[in-house]
Design a protein around this ligand. Structure first.
Ligand code: ATP
Ligand code: MG
Length: 478
């Protein structure tokens, strides 16, 4: 087994005692020694417990680094691609045993298991990141150089105790990720966007642009995206708001989800899409495919940045233009941030009702300004009034997603666009989140409320069979 993944001739194998070719041969000896030595360690440990523990960890860290190096030098990485997991784990554990034995290092079972796991992650996966990627409670992973990894759990950022050995180690993992998707990152090409094999969104920027070591951000892919019910249960919005949104999506209003970074825009868009009828043909366009639509008839597109030579770009706008020729009932654009805004608005205005997208903005009004800016930046010279009238006739609804200061994510506003008054786009807020205070431990106190304004689309809702009770617009009933 050992030879199968081992580099052929040039490798410098770990010193190998004549018969110690597998774990089993090394294990009994190690265990026997461990049994003899352990009590002694423990007795001392009682006096200087934490110090001992720290030293032990340090030593383990050193062994690990050395083993990582040996493994990378000795394993035939190309052969690993097709290796079965159990084979590979056994192989790694065998190599580790040999190295440990050749150095007279004895580890207890727990440390060995941990060591083998880390080595396996290092060889096959993304090293230290692997543990975080597998941790279901982690949403985002943010690396600021090799020694600092922050994670987001339940909306809150916290520092993790996981680190890389050094910048070289971090760079090796980054390289591994980007080369797997046929990209490159180096001094002349210092940043990259990619999608990990599990669907997670990955962005990296390396020195010298990243001053203190490479910066990496990963938005973990959630296999089970939060649905409408989950979001209602989490207090992201109320059942009344959900009923309103269902009517809005089903009756094909054009909807923009607006929000800041990580505020839950994509999650909201995904949840809203669940209201789309299964008979409709939906085309989605994203930079990184994150949406998980449940319908049967879905065509997914992923735009592509230019390659190293600056060629091969397929912009979101290209995808969108093409999508319009593909007979969609609805178009969903993951995020509108550039020139594709023109085609998006046009699509919304010309028969692709029920289209949806997200934009980066802090309020509905701000969202409108963003759209105006994007149109201006796209080089369209149109009087502002014409731009606004285009927006106001295209967009029906702006849903605001926010991440509040206590880490909770809420739909802080649902606003309808009602038309133009003079040069200004008129809108009316239907639901909002009313903050009233802060608990001593900095949790936000507040509640959702209707504003008392009845939807402009009530009649449309009714005609389409979504006869919402008048009470949902009543601020006193929520
Ligand atoms: N209401 C919610 N409650 C709890 N977690 C949520 C909620 N909404 C979103 N999340 C989680 O927050 C993270 C960020 O959500 P999402 O990707 O939807 O944000 P985004 O606004 O699209 O971010 P970006 O600006 O980076 O595209 C995800 O891990 C998601 O599962
Ligand atoms: Mg998003």
């Amino acid at each position: 087994m050992f030879s199968r993944y081992k580099k052929p001739s040039d490798a410098q194998p770990v010193q190998q005692p004549p018969q110690a070719s597998a774990t089993e041969t090394a294990a009994p000896q190690a265990t026997a020694n461990a049994v003899v030595r352990k009590p002694v360690q423990k007795a001392k440990g009682e006096v200087v417990g934490s110090d001992k523990e720290r030293k032990r960890k340090e030593r383990l860290g050193e062994i690990k680094l050395e083993l990582h190096r040996e493994l990378l030098e000795n394993l035939n990485l190309a052969a690993l691609e097709n290796a079965a997991e159990t084979d590979l784990r056994a192989e790694i554990s065998a190599i580790a045993s040999e190295v440990l034995e050749s150095r007279n290092i004895i580890l207890n079972r727990e440390d060995r298991t941990q060591l083998n796991k880390e080595l396996y992650d290092e060889v096959t996966g993304l090293g230290p990141l692997e543990t975080l990627l597998q941790d279901e409670t982690v949403n985002d992973i943010l690396v600021n150089g090799p020694q600092q990894i922050f994670v987001e759990r339940a909306g809150k950022l916290e520092i993790s105790d996981i680190t890389f050995k050094d910048e070289k180690h971090l760079m090796r993992i980054i390289d591994k990720i980007v080369s797997a998707v046929g990209r490159r990152v180096d001094e002349s090409n210092p940043y990259v966007d990619a999608r990990l094999a599990d669907g997670s969104r990955f962005n990296a920027m390396v020195p010298p642009i990243a001053v203190d070591g490479s910066l990496v951000s990963i938005r973990k892919f959630k296999k089970d995206k939060l649905g409408i019910d989950d979001l209602v249960n989490f207090g992201a919005f109320t059942e009344e708001m959900a009923a309103y949104l269902q009517a809005a999506v089903s009756t094909r209003l054009n909807i923009i989800v607006s929000g800041g970074t990580g505020s839950g825009k994509t999650t909201t868009l995904n949840a809203l899409s669940s209201f789309i009828d299964d008979a409709e043909r939906i085309l989605t366009i994203e930079d990184t495919a994150e949406l998980q639509l449940q319908q049967t008839h879905v065509g997914r597109m992923e735009s592509r940045p230019p390659n190293v030579e600056g060629k091969g770009e397929v912009s979101p706008r290209d995808c969108l233009k093409n999508a319009l020729r593909m007979r969609p009932d609805r178009i969903i654009v993951g995020e509108t941030r550039g020139a594709e805004v023109i085609d998006m608005l046009q699509a919304m205005n010309t028969g692709h009702d029920g289209s949806m997208t997200t934009i980066h903005a802090n309020s509905a009004r701000d969202g409108i300004s963003r759209l105006e800016n994007m149109i201006a930046m796209a080089g369209i010279e149109m009087p502002i009034k014409a731009v606004r009238s285009q927006i106001s006739s295209a967009v029906n609804l702006i849903v605001q997603a926010s991440r509040l200061q206590d880490g909770s994510r809420r739909m802080t506003s649902i606003t309808e666009i009602t038309g133009m008054e003079g040069d200004v786009i008129s809108m009316q807020e239907i639901f909002k989140f009313q903050r009233v205070g802060l608990t001593p431990d900095n949790k936000i106190i507040g509640h959702f409320t209707a504003t008392g304004v009845r939807s402009n689309f009530s009649e449309r809702f009714r005609l389409w069979g979504f006869d919402l009770p008048a009470s949902i617009y009543d601020p006193t009933t929520m």
